[in-house]
Ligand binder design. Structure first.
Ligand SMILES: Nc1ncnc2c1ncn2[C@@H]1O[C@H](COP(=O)(O)OP(=O)(O)O)[C@@H](O)[C@H]1O
Ligand SMILES: [Mg+2]
Length: 346
C-alpha cells in the first residue's frame, strides 16, 4: 500500500484523507497539536514542530528529516508550500519521496497575487481586475484615492494566505446610525488603515461584492477536471458549470499547465469575471468538489506523482448541485497509534 504524507492543513483535511484512503492509500498526517481533528482519520499522525520564524533552509531540512523518518511514497504539502515547491528537486533527491505539487518554474508566480496578474496580463488581460501595489505611504494613499473614485477600496498583503490581512476600507460604515450597529466584520476606516501602515507590500483593489467562485482543477491525461463552486452565502455552495467560468479556468490552466491540483478564485465585478488569486494546491473545500463531481481528485493527483495509472476515464458528474455541511463531532482524546514521541528537530 502506497503511503501519502500530508503536513499541516485545514481541519477539512479530514475529508481529503478520507478520499485518499478510499483511493487505496495509507495516510500519514501531521498537525499543530495533539487534538488536531484529522488525526482520527489518518493512519498515522504526529505533531509538527512549530516552524514559524524558521528560515527557508531550516524548513527544508525539517521536512527532509520528517520524510526520511516516516518514509512515505509521496508528500502532499499545504503549509510551507512555497518553500517546499522552491526546493522540490532537492527534497525529492534527498528523500526519494515524490512531492504532489508543481515545480517552482510552473507555479512560482502564483505565490504573490501580483505575480499571478503579471504572469497572465498578456494572455488574459480580461480577467485581471484593477489593482495597485503599494509599498509606501504615498502609494497606499494614491491607490485608495484612485479606487475610491469608482468603488470601495480593499487591501491585503500581496503574499497572504487564508484571508489574514484582507480589509475593506469603509468610512461610511462607521457613520451609520443603526442600532445595534452592524458588526464591523473585516472593515476598517481609511485613517485607521493609514495609522498602522508601515510600508508593507499590499495589493489595493476595488471590493468586488459578488459571491466568490472557487474553481478546483486538475489536469489529467484524460482531460481537465474543472469544478467551479460558488459560495452562495451561509453554508451553501453551488456547484455549476457556467460556460464563461469553465472557459476562463481552461484558459488559465492552459497557460500554467500544472500537473497537480490548482485552485482558481474569481469574482464578478461589474458583470465581468475577474481573477482574485490562484493557489497551486487543493483548496480547503476541494472535498466538496470531489463529492459533487464524484471524482477522487486527491487520489488522482497522488497517482500522477507516483507514476501509477490514473484511474480517471475523463468524466466527472457535471450536474448542477447545491451543497451544505454540518459540523461533525470527533473525539480527539489521545489514541494509541498517535506518535506523540516525535522529537523536536528545529
Ligand atoms: N477584491 C476583493 N473583493 C472582494 N473580496 C475580496 C477581494 N480580495 C479579497 N477578498 C476576500 O478576501 C479573501 C482572501 O483573499 P484572497 O485574494 O483569496 O487571498 P488569500 O486567500 O490568499 O488570503 C477572499 O476569499 C475574499 O473573500
Ligand atoms: Mg484565497
Amino acid at each position: 500500500m502506497k503511503k501519502i504524507y500530508l503536513n499541516r492543513f485545514f481541519s477539512t483535511a479530514y475529508y481529503l484523507i478520507e478520499w485518499l484512503k478510499r483511493g487505496g492509500f495509507y495516510v500519514i498526517a501531521s498537525g499543530v497539536s495533539d487534538s488536531t481533528v484529522y488525526k482520527n482519520i489518518a493512519d498515522e499522525y504526529f505533531v509538527e514542530d512549530n516552524l514559524s520564524g524558521v528560515e527557508e533552509r531550516g524548513i527544508v531540512d525539517y521536512y527532509t528529516l520528517v520524510l526520511n523518518e516516516h518514509k512515505p511514497d509521496a508528500f502532499l504539502p499545504y503549509s510551507n508550500l512555497e518553500t517546499i515547491v522552491r526546493h522540490k528537486a532537492d527534497i525529492e533527491r534527498d528523500t526519494g519521496v515524490k512531492i504532489i505539487a508543481d515545480d517552482f518554474s510552473v507555479v512560482g508566480a502564483t505565490f504573490a497575487k501580483s505575480g499571478t496578474y503579471t504572469r497572465l496580463k498578456n494572455l488574459c488581460p480580461e480577467f485581471i481586475p484593477p489593482y495597485f501595489i503599494a509599498e509606501t505611504r504615498a502609494e497606499f494613499e494614491n491607490a485608495v484615492r484612485e479606487i475610491s473614485e469608482y468603488a470601495r477600496p480593499c487591501f491585503k498583503f500581496d503574499t497572504d494566505i487564508g484571508a489574514g490581512s484582507f480589509r475593506v476600507i469603509d468610512d461610511v460604515f462607521f457613520a451609520v446610525d443603526e442600532f445595534p450597529p452592524p458588526l464591523p466584520n473585516l472593515k476598517t476606516t481609511y485613517n485607521a488603515a493609514l495609522k498602522g501602515y508601515n510600508g508593507e507590500r499590499v495589493i489595493v483593489m476595488p471590493y468586488m461584492s459578488e459571491p466568490e467562485i472557487s474553481v478546483d482543477c486538475l489536469r489529467t491525461p484524460n482531460g481537465n477536471i474543472i469544478i467551479p463552486r460558488v459560495k452562495r452565502g451561509g453554508r451553501i455552495e453551488q456547484i455549476g458549470y457556467d460556460r464563461e467560468i469553465m472557459l476562463a479556468a481552461k484558459k488559465i490552466l492552459g497557460s500554467f499547465r500544472p500537473e497537480y491540483p490548482f485552485n482558481i478564485q474569481f469574482r464578478f465585478f461589474k458583470d465581468e469575471l475577474k481573477l482574485l488569486e490562484i493557489n497551486p494546491r487543493l483548496s480547503g473545500s476541494s472535498h466538496i468538489s470531489a463529492q459533487a463531481g464524484n471524482v477522487n481528485i486527491p487520489a488522482i493527483a497522488a497517482r500522477k506523482a507516483l507514476d501509477l495509472p490514473v484511474r480517471y476515464e475523463g468524466k466527472f458528474d457535471m450536474h448542477e448541485k447545491f451543497f451544505s455541511y454540518v459540523e461533525m463531532p470527533v473525539d480527539v482524546t489521545d489514541k494509541p497509534n498517535t506518535n506523540t514521541e516525535y522529537k523536536k528537530r528545529v
